[in-house]
Design a protein around this ligand. Sequence first.
Ligand code: 4NP
Length: 158
Amino acid sequence: MLRVLFVCLGNICRSPTAEGIFSHKVAAAGLAGRIESDSAGTSAWHAGEAPDGRAQEEAERRGIDIGRQRSRAVVSSDFEAFDLILAMDSENLRELKSRCPQDLQGKLHRLLDYAPQGEHRDVPDPYYGGPQGFARVFDMIDDACDGLLAAVRRDHLG
Ligand code: 4NP
C-alpha cells in the first residue's frame, strides 16, 4: 500500500479538497486497494472540525463529497507512516521540513510540483476570500492530482 498525506495550514480548505479529489481519481483508476490517502494541517486550529462549508460546496458541485473528513494536526509519526507528504504551499513545506527527520525529508514535496503546467508552485489560501477562490483552488488541485497519480503509477506502483 502506498500512503499519501496532503498538508495545508488549517486542514479545512485545501488539503481536505486535495484528499477528496485524489481518492476519487484513485478509485476511478481501480487503485483503491493500492493507494491510501489522508490529510492534515500544520496547525491544530481547527482540529475536529469538518471542512469549511465553501470547500464542501465546491467539491459537491464537482461531484465529490468531503463532508466526512475531520481536521487534525500533522503528528511526528506521519513522517514514518506516509510515503509521500504533499504540501499545498511553500510555507507548509517549510514548516514540514523543520519538523521532519533528515532521513525522511525525501518524502516531502509541494503538490503543485506535480502539476502538468508549472505556472504556479503554491495553492493559494482561500480562507479569507470569496467562493471564486475555492473554485480556482479546486481546479489547481485537480490538475496537480492528475500529474500526481501519473507519477505515482510510474514511480511507485510499477
Ligand atoms: P487551509 O485554509 O490551510 O487551506 O485549511 C485555512 C483555514 C483556516 C485558516 C487559515 C487557512 N485560519 O487562519 O484559521
